[in-house]
Design a protein around this ligand. Structure first.
Ligand SMILES: NC(=O)c1ccc[n+]([C@@H]2O[C@H](COP(=O)([O-])OP(=O)(O)OC[C@H]3O[C@@H](n4cnc5c(N)ncnc54)[C@H](OP(=O)(O)O)[C@@H]3O)[C@@H](O)[C@H]2O)c1
Length: 229
């Protein structure tokens, strides 16, 4: 779909009787713009990934941040643990950073393009770390989150040496293809807790499904099995 057609397509879906839609990159900002009402967390994320068509209106939500926190909990990790180092400064970094802050966590952004990290940190009143310090500063953090596309299939690996990490560091990667990224494999080989990204994808879908169909799905092993087969 051409980005300029996005709003027309969404309005047509609403008119055709659809209950709503999930939205992914590169349309999350356009989705924000087409909504008559935008939930507070989507306003903070600056993007909408879940549309709900209700009584002739289009409502927008951002469930990425909540999905990330729910996945941490599902792995036995308290989302309030911190401070957190977030690698990346794109849409996912913003949603996750805002959600972690709402859980009371101090957040630092670290991105290849420093200006982007600076803008995001200013918008969320977070801290910034230069990209070349991502490994040496690890000992200052108890949660590391990769929100860059590095480590994804057909992308370079994330280059980070985990030797400065404290033993209690939790390493989360939101890349889910492959399921075990090189970063997660490196974390496990050091005995660190590793949290995969597929769970975030599954958990972020729960609120939309509940709003569209009136049933709250449970993210269980069967769903993992179905989507990975
Ligand atoms: N698990 C889930 O549910 C879920 C949800 C959303 C997104 N994701 C995944 O998260 C990733 C990011 O999504 P997004 O929406 O935030 O994308 P985005 O807005 O395009 O941001 C991409 C980020 O990756 C960084 N990056 C890309 N190539 C790089 C490289 N070669 N070296 C260093 N940094 C690099 C970018 O840095 P620069 O600013 O320097 O370009 C930027 O910070 C994607 O892989 C996406 O599939 C997963």
């Amino acid at each position: 779909m051409r980005p300029e057609d996005f709003a027309d397509v969404v309005r047509a879906l609403a008119k055709a009787g659809f209950a709503g839609a999930n939205v992914t990159i590169p349309h999350k900002q356009a989705a924000f713009a087409v909504c008559g009402r935008v939930a507070p967390e989507a306003r903070r994320a600056g993007a909408v990934n879940t549309l709900v068509f209700r009584d002739g209106s289009i409502e927008g939500f951002s469930t990425d941040g909540a999905g990330f926190l729910a996945n941490l909990r599902a792995h036995g990790v308290d989302p309030a643990r911190g401070p957190a180092l977030i690698l990346g400064a794109g849409g996912a970094a913003r949603a996750i950073g805002a959600a972690l802050q709402d859980a009371g966590v101090a957040v630092t952004f670290c991105n290849r393009t420093a200006a982007r990290a600076g803008d995001l940190a200013a918008a969320l009143q977070a801290a910034v770390l230069p990209w070349d310090r991502r490994a040496s500063a690890l000992g200052d953090f108890s949660l590391l989150v990769n929100t860059t596309s590095l480590g994804m299939v057909n992308q370079p690996e994330l280059d980070i040496n985990l030797s400065a990490a404290a033993p209690e560091l939790v390493v989360a990667d939101i890349v889910y293809a492959p399921l075990e990224t090189p970063l997660l494999a490196a974390a496990k080989s050091r005995g660190l807790k590793a949290v995969e990204g597929l769970g975030m994808l599954l958990h972020q879908a729960v609120p939309g499904f509940a709003a569209w169909f009136g049933v709250t799905p449970v993210v269980d092993e069967e769903i993992y099995r179905i989507v990975t087969e």
